[in-house]
Design a protein. Structure first.
Length: 201
């Protein structure tokens, strides 16, 4: 018979804030290569890869903090989004829902990858970005895109399918990176995972 050793809960500290800042920078840098668009509407960029990595490595709280930092700086006018976009106006454009979806998505990714405080395994590490980084982001982004562009939800969703293969590739890349870190440098996650312990007979 086995029991689980409870994971240690702790408050955010200066190191967590610094780590959130590092991943906020990663998300911003991934927008440097630029973008391409379909129908002049929603840009495709590598920045969602940064969101996936933030949620999967930092966890739900710190991962969300890193995304919040990016969005706050964008709202303040810094051109951190792909194509050098920034300013409060982007939140009211076709991409606005997708940007807010990043925040919710990072939380969902972290919750799935680190479910119950357990060590990440490959299937949860892939499922997290797939659900949080794709489905959740689309669920928030598509209705806003449809509203702003004054098109039907079906049409907006159909246009989103074009981005799906690239997003799946990002989920695979996230899985590979996280798996490598779990095996080679678990300190990157800065957490104690639940581990099986043999109960006394």
């Amino acid at each position: 018979m086995t029991a689980l050793v409870p994971a240690v809960r702790r408050r955010l500290d200066a190191t967590d804030i610094a780590r959130a800042g590092v991943f906020a920078a990663v998300i911003a840098v991934l927008g440097v290569p630029g973008e391409f668009t379909i129908f002049g509407a929603v840009p495709i960029t590598a920045q969602t890869l940064g969101v996936m990595l933030a949620g999967a490595i930092l966890g739900p709280a710190v991962g969300a903090l890193s995304v919040t930092a990016v969005l706050a700086l964008v709202a303040a006018g810094l051109p951190l989004l792909a194509g050098g976009r920034g300013g409060i106006g982007v939140f009211f454009g076709p991409t606005g829902g997708y940007l807010l979806g990043w925040l919710v998505g990072a939380v969902v990714i972290g919750l799935i990858v680190h479910a119950a405080g357990r060590r990440p395994v490959w299937w949860r590490t892939f499922l997290g970005p797939l659900v949080g980084g794709v489905l959740v982001v689309y669920a928030v982004g598509i209705p806003v895109q449809a509203l702003v562009l004054r098109i039907g939800l079906g049409e907006a969703a159909l246009s989103g399918l074009v981005f799906l293969p690239g997003d799946i590739v990002k989920a695979v890349v996230t899985t590979l990176i996280v798996g490598t870190l779990v095996r080679g440098y678990p300190r990157a996650f800065r957490r104690q995972w639940r581990a099986p312990a043999v109960a006394a007979a």
